[in-house]
Design a protein around this ligand. Structure first.
Ligand SMILES: Cc1cc2nc3c(=O)[nH]c(=O)nc-3n(C[C@H](O)[C@H](O)[C@H](O)COP(=O)(O)OP(=O)(O)OC[C@H]3O[C@@H](n4cnc5c(N)ncnc54)[C@H](O)[C@@H]3O)c2cc1C
Length: 356
């Protein structure tokens, strides 16, 4: 994915009825509720995959309070939601944060993402949960200036690390997977982790240990504490090891996988009324102070709000009706049941199923 440069002409915005910001469980269910009413959505998430907190923070933990499902793994819930929203052909724009939202003179909203994609949306649903997940950064003086050149928090192209002196920091799955994957191609590879224990798949940890035993890479138990660079070119890093010594390692490239943490980020600058980092909404439409901008799930607040998936699902259902009215104010609204509504069944792709 390329980031447009200052010289590129501004890309034409994607025309959308609705843009959903956040593909956590609640944003996903919003696709479903809108789809039942015949409204198609675009959905954006800063993560490379849908699922929000469920996928990022507790994929293997069981959830016991989803109606009619006595127990459901958090990732399983996301997989089921993805299956449920499939008939509605929402367009997913993953791996990009919505950084700007501005009302335009024609009553629509101009949204811009971190990779320069733009939308002209008639309505916006913010389902941003506890904020967008950002990589935890390496806390070393001068490291920020090297970001994107010599210091990276994700791999855009594995080829960038071929034939390089590479340092990988971290002890989870991403750190270990990339260590094993990049070891054959890197000139030298050093894995740095603060402990001798890892939070990664045991088989990958075993592969890493075999590479160390074969002299193909090094593992240092410690922390990167300093860097030496010329301009934006990194030369080496200092690692303070668990025995208190400092070791200097040649490093042209550093990959850091310290996990992600959520940050409210740009949403705070969109002119929306906030109460303790949450967006204030009414409980009829779940609309913010900006007409046409709705907020559902963990990101919103109102008297009695409970940050539960179940509450977010209810909010998505009512917001869908409010959005339908916002898009077509003259259209009469009917409550239809999926059990009996031929039009909803057609939209779900199950029309005629009961006759089989
Ligand atoms: C350990 C744990 C256990 C839990 N157990 C339960 C349980 O048993 N039952 C229950 O009901 N709830 C439980 N919860 C809470 C539940 O996970 C949340 O209520 C739910 O995830 C909220 O969903 P959401 O879609 O509103 O937000 P999230 O899941 O937070 O998803 C929001 C998404 O928005 C994205 N985003 C944010 N800002 C932007 C932006 N500017 N641009 C693009 N993307 C953006 C984020 O990257 C994220 O993917 C638990 C939470 C935790 C941490």
């Amino acid at each position: 994915m390329s980031v447009p440069s200052a010289e590129d002409p501004a890309p034409a915005p994607i025309e959308a009825d609705v843009v959903i910001v956040g593909a956590g469980p609640v944003g996903l269910f919003q696709i479903f509720e809108l789809g039942l009413l015949g409204i198609q959505a675009h959905i954006v998430d800063s993560l490379a995959h849908p699922g929000g907190q469920c996928t990022e923070l507790y994929p293997d933990k069981p959830i016991y309070d989803i109606p009619a499902i006595p127990v459901c793994g958090a990732q399983e819930l996301i997989d089921r939601l993805m299956q449920q929203v499939k008939p509605f052909n929402a367009t997913f724009h993953l791996g990009q944060e919505v950084v700007e939202l501005k009302p335009t003179a024609d009553g629509r909203f101009d949204l811009t993402t971190s990779v320069g994609k733009r939308f002209a949306a008639r309505a916006v649903v913010i389902a941003a949960g506890v904020g967008s997940f950002q990589p935890r950064r390496l806390a070393v003086p001068g490291i920020d200036a090297l970001e994107g050149r010599s210091v990276h928090y994700r791999v855009k192209s594995a080829a960038d690390f071929h034939a390089k002196d590479l340092v990988i920091c971290g002890g989870g799955d991403s750190a270990l997977d990339w260590t094993v994957a990049l070891c054959p191609a890197a000139r030298t590879l050093t894995l740095v982790h603060r402990r001798a224990e890892f939070r990664a798949a045991p088989a990958t940890v075993a592969q890493m240990r075999e590479l160390v035993a074969a002299g193909r890479m090094r593992f240092l138990e410690g922390n990167v504490v300093a860097q030496r660079s010329i301009g934006q070119r990194l030369e080496s890093v200092d690692v303070q090891t668990s025995d208190g010594k400092t070791t200097t390692i040649a490093a042209e490239q550093v990959l850091v996988f310290f996990g992600l943490h959520p940050k409210l980020g740009p949403i705070a600058d969109w002119g929306l009324e906030l109460d303790k980092k949450a967006l204030k909404v009414d409980t009829e439409k779940f609309q913010t102070n900006l007409k046409g901008v709705f907020a559902i799930g963990d990101i919103n607040t109102y008297p009695g709000k409970k940050k539960l998936i179940l509450s977010g699902f209810h909010e998505a259902a009512l917001a869908a009706f409010a959005i339908q009215h916002h898009l077509n104010p003259d259209k009469r609204q009917f409550l239809q049941y999926t059990t009996t509504s031929p039009i909803m069944q057609k939209r779900l792709g199950v029309a005629g199923a009961e006759a089989q």
